[in-house]
Design a protein around this ligand. Structure first.
Ligand code: CTP
Length: 415
């Protein structure tokens, strides 16, 4: 972030109180920060606090006093031209609406309109959960996303209204991380851009008889978030998924399968062509040897089900991968299992393993959040805090990008 010029647009929501801390983090990372504060924003955070931490006067007035010598009367244009990135945090429902329709009546909206093309715009909506879900807000978000803005979904938790819901602005550390990643990407382009990424997701169902199966609690959310994040970075993504109740992320090719053998057959054709293989599926290790066609009847006090091993898709890819291809796996343990995760990295010849413990409320299956520890082939371990799965997916891909740029990887060109 060193030397990067960032405009921080602050609009009027309670989360604005976190912005002086965000400015401090950006300044500490070497960025040059200017602040565009809306009139409502100034009700929640003091102009003086923001001016003090940024070391610059805060931009509020579109029309500066005409009688002050040295005044930049076209600052509403020059500021947007000056910036390398515009970050709007918090972005209220009102600000989203005004940006979506192209209004230009304060410094924040003027900066948005005058920002040079292709400069990153990161928008962090923050508001009450009910407001966030409203069709009007979602429509404005979709409009801004279609214009190329990066919209960072708010977090779920306690809101100012006293309710629990989705609408919280992420903590300043997370926002600063996203800004750093966006600036890096705009400078260099993502190494994932144009590369083929295959993601397995969801559970598998192993048939016992015509009406029953063996499965697990996987919702597919982590795999879908990874597919979406890889697509955001310009990758050609194929998502091979077991039965889940999720919408396919835009621009992603989806292959639906039922059981482990089908997932294996669907994945094999991509082995030689993909740059990155991410196995996020919770594949059943065993399947009934001979599933019954009809419905099994309970005509004896006991019954035995003979199970046989399923193919290990990730281990198979790991064993065949060529130099430059990356294999990423997950290790879900119910307790202290990081040692198992390290073993999995070796045994399956992985480049990265994401270890997470199973906790029904916060991480693992079904929930929207995850706390991952990333262990890479260089034995580097990165402990990520509990965060939304979408954010965890991005952080995982940041690490994949690092490994792609690692000369030890002896990259081969895919195309
Ligand atoms: N995996 C796979 N095919 C399988 C089993 C697992 O691709 N048949 C992948 C999963 O998608 C995940 C990783 O391998 O990325 C998990 O490894 P696994 O050995 O199944 O882990 P656990 O089941 O957690 O370990 P264990 O069976 O040793 O308890």
């Amino acid at each position: 972030m060193k030397g990067k010029r960032i405009i921080l647009g602050v609009s009027g929501g309670i989360a604005a109180y976190k912005t002086p801390q965000l400015v401090r983090l950006l300044k500490k990372a070497g960025a040059d920060v200017r602040i565009a504060l809306t009139a409502s924003g100034s009700r929640f955070v003091s102009e003086l606090a923001l001016a003090t931490v940024s070391g610059e006067s805060v931009c509020r007035e579109m029309f500066p006093p005409a009688d002050q010598p040295g005044t930049d009367f076209t600052r509403h244009i020059s500021l947007g031209e000056w910036a390398d990135a515009l970050v709007i945090a918090p972005a209220t429902a009102n600000t989203l609406a005004r940006l979506a329709v192209g209004m230009c009546d304060d410094m924040l909206s003027a900066c948005f309109i005058t920002l040079r093309p292709h400069k990153p715009v990161l928008i962090f909506p923050a508001m009450d959960g009910q407001m966030y879900r409203s069709p009007a807000v979602q429509r404005n978000i979709a409009t801004l996303a279609a214009q190329g803005c990066t919209i960072i979904e708010p977090e779920t938790g306690d809101l100012a209204s006293g309710q629990c819901g989705t609408g919280r602005m992420p903590e300043p550390e997370i926002i600063a991380g996203r800004i750093g990643a966006a600036l890096q990407k705009s400078a260099t382009g993502s190494p994932l851009s144009g590369r083929t990424v295959v993601v397995t997701a969801g559970p598998t169902r192993e048939k016992i008889d015509g009406v029953r199966f063996i499965s697990n609690y996987s919702s597919g959310k982590m795999g879908f978030a990874l597919a979406e994040a890889a697509r955001e970075r310009g990758a050609e993504v194929t998502l091979i998924t077991g039965p889940v109740n999720l919408e396919t992320p835009g621009g992603v090719e989806r292959l639906d399968v039922e059981n482990a053998c089908e997932m294996y057959e669907a994945a094999k054709p991509f082995y030689s062509t993909c740059a990155v293989f991410i196995a996020a599926a919770a594949v059943a290790d065993y399947r009934p040897e001979t599933p019954h066609e009809g419905k099994l009847k309970k005509n004896s006090p006991e019954m035995q089900l003979k199970l046989v091993r399923n193919p290990d898709i990730l281990a198979d890819f790991g064993a065949r991968k060529r130099p430059g291809q990356l294999a990423v796996g997950f290790a879900l343990e119910t307790g202290e299992g990081i040692a198992y995760a390290r073993c999995k990295l070796q045994e399956k010849n992985l480049d990265l393993v994401a270890f997470n413990t199973f906790d029904r409320k916060t991480s693992g299956f079904e929930v929207d959040t995850n706390a991952l520890t990333l262990i890479d082939r260089n034995h580097m371990e990165t402990v990520l805090p509990l965060m939304p799965k979408k954010e965890a997916a991005r952080r995982l891909l940041d690490h994949v990008e690092l490994l792609m740029g690692d000369p030890a990887a002896n990259m081969t060109t895919e195309k």
